[in-house]
Design a protein around this ligand. Sequence first.
Ligand code: FAD
Length: 386
Amino acid sequence: MFSKKSGFVFITALLVAVFFLFNKGGETRKINPPKLDSLHLGEKIICYRPMRHGSPNMSIEKKGEKIIAHNYGHGGSGWTLGPGSANHVINLLLSSEHANDMKKDSPITIIGAGALGLFSGYYLEKMGYTDITIVAEKFESLTSHNAAGLLAPVSMDNDPKMQKIVDQIGIDAYKFYESIAQKKHDDFKEGAVVLPTYFENRADSGLEPYVGVVMKPAKDVVLDFGNGTTRNMVAYDDGIFIDTAKMMVGLSNHLKSKNIKFVQKKITSFDDVEGKFIINCSGLGAGNLNGDTLVVPVQGHLIMLREQVSADLKYMILVYFNEAKTKFGQKVKRSFYIFPKHLPNTGANDIGVIGGTFIEGAHDGTPNEEEFEILVEGAKNFYGVK
Ligand SMILES: Cc1cc2nc3c(=O)[nH]c(=O)nc-3n(C[C@H](O)[C@H](O)[C@H](O)COP(=O)(O)OP(=O)(O)OC[C@H]3O[C@@H](n4cnc5c(N)ncnc54)[C@H](O)[C@@H]3O)c2cc1C
């Protein structure tokens, strides 16, 4: 039935197919698991992503005499999108008819001193605006300080109509952080690092639109934890870890050096603001300030790691687990992630953060503390450690 030649071709094809079936994971990479016993667990943090149903509000609005550029509601991706989003909204404002009388020395008030507010100040100053004030209710211990630091446009709501813009904003942001990581940025020498980043599949990463533009294709790999546990993952070797603590300090110092004013005050109405032009980066505060009922907090749980081997933590992982209900009946999406975050004023080996939960609508009255224990169990299970 078969000629000798077609038989040979058939057997070769079969062997290739079998090879790929059993080597689905590709290259094997050894990783020493972090130490996850109670002695190596540090500060526990509960914080809230400023999520907006539908999509972040990146728009220009005239309210009475005020021209307001809104930039809030980026959920779990505010750092990922921050620089690109700030630039995008300022450009929207400048190209709108409302900015016809905006001069380089017109007073501009930014509400909010988180990532979005500071990046807005950064780009406005770069564009030559000279009278910028950042007004915020709080400057310390913000969500922007606490954020874990993965560059990936995940855990936010995205109106499909906005997807193209969000992709472009993310790509612009990637370039910004990459230039810091490569020590090529003019203003920031630290605050971002290029690191292999592992997901269970390409779709989970949200990074596929960046591939071929600013990132290389992901590879299939097997992570081998040296204890009999292996995991098939995909690796983006040019992933970016954003050191949010360093970026907050770097941005604040830079803005202060450029004479941008910082004023601590809660704004209860846009009419409270002197001057006509406002950039609204109030995060979760936008719910009340802008009467925006689409804004919701998404609670997250983080645990800082202590006394680790920092050389072992030169990577990031994000995997999704399951959906369940908390004891308060709230829907919780559970995941496990680990990044090499290091808080200022802690020991050199106090490196690493693990997370995380996504609990929409949870608040300080429903802290869901038991999630910390579930998180540690999930992390141990992932690495196959006791
Ligand atoms: C657990 C967790 C993990 C995260 N991990 C990541 C990650 O890995 N990667 C990523 O990209 N993102 C991550 N995020 C999301 C990221 O932290 C946020 O999207 C980002 O910090 C939002 O920045 P922001 O400037 O909009 O808000 P904020 O940092 O909350 O700042 C808001 C500012 O507005 C001020 N303000 C509010 N209302 C008023 C008012 N009425 N008057 C005056 N001032 C006001 C506040 O005082 C504050 O200064 C994470 C978030 C959480 C909670």
